[in-house]
Design a protein around this ligand. Structure first.
Ligand code: SF4
Ligand code: SF4
Length: 386
């Protein structure tokens, strides 16, 4: 584990990526006078060759540029956003802030959802680049496919290749929070993707399958980035039982095949907590206990396993609704929850005329109650939640 200051760290990364003709030099702004050298754990992101700290930043819900600036100062190098986050405002905020920084001093990814045609996808990418005030991103993800078929869709594969060829992105990948092992293996098979961004956390019932798929993908040269690492941040809707976030993040990063994680951050306390993991991955006794206790609790995180879906008389998109519930209560973002509820065309309380719920959740969630609760968001005007 090398001890370096920020500038030296990024210079060394540049040497590590030197074999890639497309890799820019990473030269960081000098450390503040009197800044102490720090110890930082870094890993290489698969075949991209980019060497980055194990903790990065999910910017999705952040709207305070000072927080992103503080993250960069704390040694975070990689920032993740998406075309759809905050209806474009997230990318705009980053564009406004990052224009102050040399382009080669940070790594940024964005995500564009699958489109019917290459033109439609690339049009969205151009909008994202305009908002970001950049001529290229470092990683472009196809946002959110949940099957092998969707991951290997020839139109989207060709589109990602075209985006790379035109220089609008250095590397391409796929992001997924459903059927992750299938998508990870498909990406490894594609020979097109360089990176996979996937939900990975200690509450996943399919953790063993995930580990196996991640190992195979890593062997094939795919860089693995983890999201949803906090499993919703709380075990209950009243936020009385918080997840031990350091423990959760360490659990994910204890897998050496996971290069980095992008926990979503909205506060300076969260930043301090997460950035500390960049310097120390060892569990404390308290963190170990928190994980063991947490595994036994129901929580807010849905595996998206779809085992409940066949039992639902109305064929509701239950995994998406459970994710909306997690966003509303765990993340404290009803606006994000509402977005998912409305995308799925839900009306308030679609379960009202079911006398008994015939859909069973493997985690024991009371689906009828949670759906009645979260579907109320469909009736709230968007501007009230912005
Ligand atoms: S109560 Fe809701 S989730 Fe349960 S079966 Fe009826 S519609 Fe489906
Ligand atoms: S609600 Fe339960 S059964 Fe349904 S997808 Fe989520 S974890 Fe699986």
């Amino acid at each position: 584990m090398p001890t370096v200051n920020r500038r030296e760290f990024l210079k060394r990364s540049a040497v590590a990526t030197g074999a890639l003709a497309t890799a820019p030099m990473l030269i960081r702004i000098p450390p503040s006078p009197g800044e102490q050298p720090v110890t930082r754990i870094t890993r290489t992101l698969g075949r991209t060759g980019m060497k980055i700290p194990i903790v990065s930043m999910g910017v999705m819900r952040a709207d305070n540029p000072a927080l992103v600036r503080a993250a960069l100062k704390a040694g975070i190098v990689y920032l993740d956003t998406a075309h759809g986050y905050q209806k474009g405002k997230n990318e705009e905020m980053l564009g406004e802030l990052l224009k102050e920084y040399p382009r080669d001093s940070f790594i940024i990814s964005t995500k564009v959802p699958p489109e019917e045609s290459q033109e439609a996808f690339l049009e969205k990418l151009d909008i994202s680049l305009k908002r970001l005030r950049m001529d290229h991103v470092d990683i472009l993800y196809l946002h959110g496919p949940s099957s092998r078929e969707a991951t290997l869709d020839p139109v989207m594969l060709g589109t990602l290749q075209e985006a790379k060829k035109s220089g609008k992105t250095r590397f391409v990948g796929v992001s997924t929070h459903k059927n992750e092992p299938e998508v990870i293996l498909a990406a490894a098979e594609s020979k097109v993707h360089d990176v996979v961004l996937a939900s990975i956390n200690f509450k996943q019932d399919h953790a063993d399958q995930m580990k196996e798929a991640i190992a195979k993908a890593a062997e094939a040269g795919i860089g693995i980035v983890a999201m949803k690492t906090m499993a919703g941040g709380f075990f209950d809707r009243d936020k009385a039982k918080p997840v031990n976030c350091r423990a959760a993040l360490k659990w994910v990063l204890q897998n050496p095949n996971v290069t980095t994680a992008i926990p979503g951050m909205t506060t300076f306390d969260q930043l301090a907590d997460n950035a500390a993991v960049n310097q120390d991955l060892a569990f404390t006794e308290e963190e170990r206990k928190a994980l063991v206790q947490g595994e036994a609790q129901g929580g807010l995180y849905c595996n998206a396993c779809e085992r409940c879906v066949p039992g639902c008389s109305k064929n509701l998109p239950i995994p998406e609704l459970m994710r909306a519930y997690m966003y509303a209560y765990g993340y404290g973002s009803p606006a994000l929850g509402r977005e998912l509820v409305t995308i799925n065309g839900l009306q308030p309380n679609p379960c009202a005329d079911c006398r008994t719920c015939t859909a069973d959740c493997v985690k024991g969630f009371d689906l009828k109650e949670r759906i009645a609760d979260v579907s109320r968001l469909a009736a709230v005007p968007e501007e009230f939640l912005a």
